[in-house]
Design a binder for this molecule. Structure first.
Ligand code: F6P
Length: 543
């Protein structure tokens, strides 16, 4: 796809021309030209350091990208976001996750109404619940304290809580263990339940809509498992709580609505971990730590809202993404945490970025004429080194990467942490610096000329490096909010709505149409030839 912007107005055109001047420039030469490059291209905010000096940019690039943000009316859109305007226009909703973590006394309005009293009320209810579970006051049906929390949810009702619970392992209550069930393939639920005792297990059914097939199917099976043990419906209220925006559906499911934690339609699924969807997090780490997480996100909100664009971390990261996507045709972004506790972060960012910005039409419904969200992928960096880094170092594609690095480990580090840091710094350096022919000859001595090309590293692979002292609820809150706002910045540059997700609907609808055929309730095979053939084969195999 070309990257012709509708108004190939000045900044887009200028950036395209400017890209030509950098096309053949190596990042190592940019370092050679500027001894202060690190300080010119790094930023501090909310206890995070962003080093973005290892990018194919110079001062002019940054100026032009900031001009692009201004021409896209980023400041105006940011005001609309914070003011609770219905910027999710295809669902006629605000996108107010910032209200969930508003730690100030400021009101936040949606359609003229302050939502903060409701937000604080739910936080208080969560606090009461968490204290009762943690203290052992909340008892299961047979009078035993809870030991296992099973969050049943999918997408935003799973990925965020799971990522945070894993990341903050050191903050867990010592008696409690958390489990996450999301997949409709019962293998996952089965593997969880076989390790649990119904008498000490509490299920949190987390679903914004309370109509999601995977979640409701799993919740029903979990209830069946519980009742197979207790043989008394009254056990459900001691072992099931719900988080949802939909009271009636929670009631219909059979969960006591006193055990329901509410949130609102202005909270998008992938932005919901700050709401009661974070209940499993709050139970595991305690409400004070959960509020510290919210506080870290609020600090980043304030930074994003007030910092000048050129010194604004989410803005700079968003613009760098636009730079590579639209002017260098980079089609992916690697997320590489060098902090093992963040091992689920790439999965969380996949939903955040791709469900938000994986769009093909502009706000006004016209097709975009430029590329939008890249594919987001990655794993814990050190493991990746022994799997796919080969392609980053010597493959044929430009692949920007985000290194996310802890200076200190949260756990007992057995003296490993210097090696973690050495690997993170070495990889981002090697990707940038590479090793040319002369350096390879010098390094390897008498090398066979035929082998030389195989041992050369082109380098010039760009990366950002985010560094923090030690992961804490507060830092994690800031880190996640940083990416949320980065995604928003990009949506503004691309003129798309990042808060809807219509693209997930068609597959869901077709699955419910196909289910009767698989259950043998209809023999009407009015699908396409491939689907008919596959259904037929499945039925043959089942006979
Ligand atoms: O199918 C996508 C989606 O709607 C996500 O946006 C959402 O996070 C997920 O499903 C789960 O939805 P719910 O919380 O309503 O069960």
């Amino acid at each position: 796809m070309s990257n012709e912007h509708a108004a190939p107005s000045t900044p887009w055109k200028q950036l395209a021309e400017h890209q030509q001047t950098l096309q053949d420039v190596h990042i190592r030469d940019l370092f050679a030209q500027d001894a202060q490059r690190f300080s010119h291209f790094s930023l501090h905010a909310c206890d995070l350091l962003l080093d973005y000096s290892k990018h194919r940019i110079n001062g002019e690039t940054r100026d032009l990208l900031v001009a692009l943000a201004k021409a896209s009316k980023l400041e105006n859109w940011r005001d609309k976001l914070f003011n609770g305007e219905a910027i999710n226009h295809t669902e006629n909703r605000a996108a107010l996750h910032i209200a969930l973590r508003n730690r100030s006394s400021q009101a936040v309005h949606v359609a003229g109404q302050d939502v903060m009293p409701g937000v604080r009320e739910v936080l208080e209810k969560m606090r009461g619940f968490c204290e009762r579970v943690q203290s052992g006051e909340w008892l299961g049906f047979s009078g035993k304290p809870i030991e296992n929390i099973v969050n049943i949810g999918i997408g935003g009702s799973d990925l965020g809580p799971k990522m945070i619970v894993e990341a903050l392992h050191n903050y867990h209550h010592p008696r409690l263990r958390a489990w996450f069930d999301s997949n409709i393939d019962a293998t996952q639920l089965d593997h969880i339940l076989e390790r649990l005792d119904p008498e000490t297990t509490l299920f949190i059914v987390a679903s914004k809509t309370f109509s999601t097939q995977e979640t409701l199917t799993n919740a029903r099976s979990a209830r069946q498992w519980l009742l197979a043990h207790f043989k008394d419906d009254k056990a459900v209220s001691k072992h099931f709580v719900a988080v949802s925006t939909h009271t009636q559906r929670v009631r219909d499911f059979g969960i006591d609505t006193n055990n329901m934690f509410a949130f609102w339609d202005w909270v998008g699924g992938r932005y919901s971990l700050w709401s009661a969807i974070g209940l499993s997090v709050a139970v595991m780490i305690g409400m004070d730590n959960f509020e510290a997480l919210l506080g870290g996100a609020h600090d980043m909100d304030e930074h994003f809202r007030t910092a000048p664009l050129a010194e604004n971390m989410p803005v700079i990261m968003g613009l760098l993404g636009v730079w590579y996507r639209n002017f260098w045709q980079a089609s992916t972004l690697a997320i590489l945490p060098y902090d093992y506790s963040l091992k689920y972060l790439p999965f969380y960012f996949q939903q955040l970025e791709m469900e938000s910005n994986g769009k093909r039409v502009r706000r006004n419904g016209e097709p975009v004429k430029w590329d939008t969200c890249p594919v987001i992928w990655g794993t814990s960096g050190n493991n990746g080194q022994h799997a796919y880094y080969q392609l980053l170092h010597q493959g044929t594609q430009l692949i920007p990467a985000d290194f996310i690095v802890a200076i200190e480990s949260q756990a007992e580090d057995f003296g490993h942490q210097n090696a973690v840091l050495a690997n993170a710094l070495a990889q981002s350096r090697a990707l940038m610096q590479g090793r040319n022919e002369a350096e390879t000859r010098a390094a390897l001595g008498d090398i066979d000329e035929d082998l030389l090309p195989h041992r050369v590293f082109p380098g010039n692979q760009p990366s950002s490096l985010l560094l923090y002292k030690k992961l804490s609820p507060k830092i994690l809150g800031s880190l996640v909010a940083l990416y949320e706002h980065k995604v928003f910045v990009q949506s503004v540059c691309w003129d798309i709505n990042p808060f809807d997700q219509w693209g997930v609907e068609l597959g869901k609808q077709m699955a419910s149409e196909l289910l009767p055929a698989l259950e043998g309730k209809t023999s009407n095979m009015a699908y396409d030839g491939s689907t008919n053939g596959l259904l037929d084969y499945i039925q043959q195999q089942r006979k």
